[in-house]
Design a binder for this molecule. Structure first.
Ligand code: GLN
Length: 207
């Protein structure tokens, strides 16, 4: 059985676990360095990135998470999870995992649009002609992506000042979305991550 750990220090990890289990995947919560053993992939959920970064230190997870990420474990960050994975964040006082070659800006869609939803087309997904309903909650803006980063989806034209900015990116085994697929009943993005995990076919450490 495929095992995808969900970082469960804070945030909406339960929603990710529900989707993964619906897809027939083992989805243990990760709260300790030991919890990183034997995983095929890891999800860092939405929540509050400052809290995540502080708790990663308090739970002695910061170095182990950096190590598995560097070793090539597939990791997907949603919203705050995107910030935690980013190499550069313009306004964060804690170190991130500095893995994904992007620059993120927190809460950058502006007060008036704290939360919004948009139908986006994502060609990497199954049934790509069917738009994906993306839910954004105090989402980060991705200001810059490095050469090795593939943009899987951008905010559609006509959706305000940030139109055209990347909202789903991938760099090898690393995936990040500024929206929350776990808050919808459309499982295609989780299915895409599972595909990525199966393609990588590697484990963080032996079971
Ligand atoms: N605004 C949060 C942060 O900066 C992210 C919000 C979310 O994950 N929904 O970490």
């Amino acid at each position: 059985m495929t095992t995808i750990g969900v970082l469960a220090l804070q945030g909406d990890f339960g929603e990710h676990q529900t989707v993964l289990r619906r897809l027939g995947v083992d989805a243990p919560p990760v709260r300790t360095p030991d919890g990183l053993r034997g995983l095929d992939g890891l999800i860092i959920p939405g929540g509050e990135s400052t809290t995540f970064c502080r708790l990663m230190q308090d739970f002695n997870l910061y170095e182990p998470l950096r190590a598995v990420t560097r070793a090539g474990l597939p990791v997907w960050g949603t919203c705050a999870g995107l910030i935690v994975l980013a190499q550069r964040v313009s306004d964060l006082e804690f170190p991130t995992l500095e893995a994904l070659d992007i620059t993120a800006r927190r809460n950058a869609y502006g007060r008036q649009v704290d939360s919004f939803e948009a139908d986006v087309s994502i060609s990497a997904l199954q049934e790509a002609s069917r738009p994906f309903h993306a839910v954004f909650i105090r989402a980060p803006v991705v200001d810059d992506t490095g050469a090795g980063v593939e943009v899987l989806a951008s905010l559609p034209e006509g959706s305000g000042p940030a139109a055209g900015s990347p909202i789903a990116v991938r760099q090898g085994p690393l995936l990040a979305t500024s929206f929350h697929p776990e808050l919808t009943d459309d499982d295609r993005f989780h299915g895409y991550f599972l595909e990525l995990v199966r393609q990588q076919g590697r484990r963080s450490s032996p079971k």
